[in-house]
Design a binder for this molecule. Structure first.
Ligand SMILES: [Zn+2]
Length: 142
């Protein structure tokens, strides 16, 4: 499907700032508990498993598989940036590091979309030119 999705700038909080700054630099980073090593998603200031507050960031592989998806052809008015957008693939991608992240799958023909599809991270510059959104595209066929 399309690669011309709108890329509205995200709302950045102190807890998500490292994620967005890395994305702007073309890296996918994830938070990890410094105490029990749980990979944490969504980003927050403590570990949901052991409540430790020593959260560290590391560069992820950028690899994963489609866990679940839907194709949005209607109801895009939740974000005005998407009002005129073509079809949007809204997906959960299960990262190699474990977390399932909500994202878009791009550059994928509808007939090729399936759960379990191997994907890799791609970065789309935000419409304001200041950052990047994290999306996923299918791995090249072997
Ligand atoms: Zn922990």
């Amino acid at each position: 499907m399309t690669t011309t999705l709108p890329s509205p700038a995200p709302a950045i909080t102190e807890e998500t700032r490292p994620y967005w700054e890395a994305a702007a630099a073309g890296q996918l980073t994830l938070p990890r508990c410094g105490s029990c090593s749980t990979v944490i998603w969504y980003p927050r200031g403590f570990c949901p498993e052991c409540q430790a507050t020593d959260v560290e960031w590391f560069e992820a592989s950028g690899r994963g598989v489609v866990y679940s998806y839907t194709i949005s052809r209607r109801g895009r008015a939740h974000n005005p940036a998407f009002a005129e957008a073509p079809e949007v693939v809204l997906a959960y991608v299960e990262l190699a590091e474990g977390p399932r992240v909500m994202t878009n799958v791009v550059d994928c023909a509808e007939a090729d979309l399936r759960c379990g599809l191997p994907v890799h991270v791609v970065f789309h510059p935000t419409d304001d030119g200041k950052g990047a959104l994290v999306r996923f595209a299918p791995d090249p066929a072997e």
